[in-house]
Design a protein around this ligand. Structure first.
Ligand code: GTP
Length: 385
């Protein structure tokens, strides 16, 4: 199965929500253009200098200021006014023949792109966790130069996917690898966001790429967390350094730096206890880990990855804000994108913070961590094949 197919299948709940919503928006005011046998250029929103009595049958529609990201196919020209009628009105003169009726069953319904449609679109994107600001920006960009155009659900999906991909493109960046040894990667996030699992998956990928990796089990508060990390270390074939339960995680991080240096390891990944972003004491403890490892290397940590659980939706935005203040986050991993209807929050995150998205988690197995591909993601979110 291709990666895209897998992603799309796994993001089914996100995509089907937007997918079905878009179909409903179009059908609400659809014009049955398929009954028109001889389509002509679409009516333009702005007035023409002179009335055009009889357009030539093959006259091309006026170009609509194409944009570089406009990947959607130009909608089929139709002889309807730019303001769509409230109900479908078949043309009285042209009675379709057998072939026409056959075609009408396969042509998608369309409606004019108007303010009402844009509002419905905004509501749909907000419901898919894109956030109000981002939803408004995305729909405004989609509408630019297209007011009054007749659109099918597929046209809208294409436009939406192109706009989402445009927002996501600058943030799709794999974890950068530096020549510095060891490269210290601090992994932070709230409880249960998927930090331990992500470290295991990343360690396995780096090991497979020929890197030597050491993991530090910095969650010294929960014995179960240390055991879980040890299991992941075994799966990935990577050593896991631990400290007695209740000991200072900053001290373990310092010892792990010493060991990784001595071993000549390429990467040191430091797990940390899950913390709520509103717990000042826990956040201060995180700052202490950073202070201590900087005694060994003033540039460490070289990466601070914030692991976010996609199912938390809009709360992810406040997590990024607080962790950025406390831990100088350099990149994100979004987990649990499989089976959530809240994938849209990634678009809001990219739009608002512009932090690199290094990878996405799409399952609980060791190979369920994928590089973030903006176009695949955009198509999966809107439900395009
Ligand atoms: N479906 C799915 N589950 C995931 C994914 N990533 C992690 N999980 C699951 O989420 C749960 C929590 O993951 P952990 O890795 O333990 O999270 P953590 O952030 O280390 O948790 P704490 O140590 O409690 O802070 C586990 O049951 C994981 O199997 C993912 O991408 N998809």
């Amino acid at each position: 199965m291709s990666f895209f197919k897998k992603l799309k299948d796994r993001m089914l709940r996100s995509s089907s929500k937007i997918d079905e919503g878009l179909d409903a928006i179009i059908e609400k005011r659809a014009v049955d253009v398929a009954l028109e046998p001889d389509p002509q250029p679409e009516a333009m929103p702005d007035p023409q200098p002179e009335a055009m009595p009889e357009p030539e049958p093959d006259a091309a529609p006026r170009p609509l200021a194409p944009q570089s990201h406009d990947l959607a196919p130009a909608p089929k020209p139709v002889p309807v006014p730019s303001v769509s009628p409230p109900v479908a009105e078949p043309a009285p003169a042209a009675k379709p023949g057998f072939l026409g009726r056959l075609v009408s069953r396969t042509v998608e319904p369309r409606r004019a792109l108007d303010d009402e449609m844009l509002e419905s679109l905004e509501d749909l994107l907000i419901a898919a966790d894109m956030g109000v600001d981002t939803a408004l920006r995305v729909t405004a960009n989609m509408a630019e130069g297209r007011h009054g155009r007749m659109m099918s659900a597929t046209d809208i999906k294409g436009l939406l996917a192109a706009e989402i991909a445009r927002v996501m493109e600058p943030v799709a960046r794999p974890l950068p690898i530096y020549p510095k040894k060891p490269q210290v990667v601090l992994v932070v996030g709230v409880n249960g966001s998927g930090k331990t699992t992500t470290i295991g998956k990343l360690a396995s990928q780096f090991k497979a790429a020929g890197k030597t990796v050491v993991i530090a089990a910095g969650d010294t508060f929960r014995a179960a967390a240390v055991e879980q990390l040890q299991v992941w270390g075994q799966r990935a074939g990577v050593p896991v350094l631990t400290a007695p339960e209740g000991s200072d995680p900053a001290a373990l991080a310092f010892d792990a730096m010493t060991r990784a240096e001595a071993d000549g390891a390429d990467l040191l990944m430091i797990d940390t206890a899950g913390r709520l972003q509103n717990r000042a004491d826990l956040m201060e403890e995180l700052a202490k880990i950073v202070r201590v490892i900087r005694k060994k290397d003033p540039d460490a940590p070289h990466n601070t990855i914030l692991v976010l659980d996609a199912t938390t939706g809009q709360n992810a935005l406040s997590q990024v804000k607080t962790f950025q203040e406390m831990a100088n986050v350099s990149g994100l991993v979004m987990t649990k994108l499989d089976g959530t209807a809240k994938g849209g929050v990634l678009v809001a995150l990219a739009d608002k913070f512009g932090l690199p998205i290094h990878a996405i988690g799409v399952g609980e197995q060791i190979d369920d961590l994928q590089p973030f591909d903006p176009e695949d993601f955009a198509r999966a979110v809107v439900g395009l094949d």
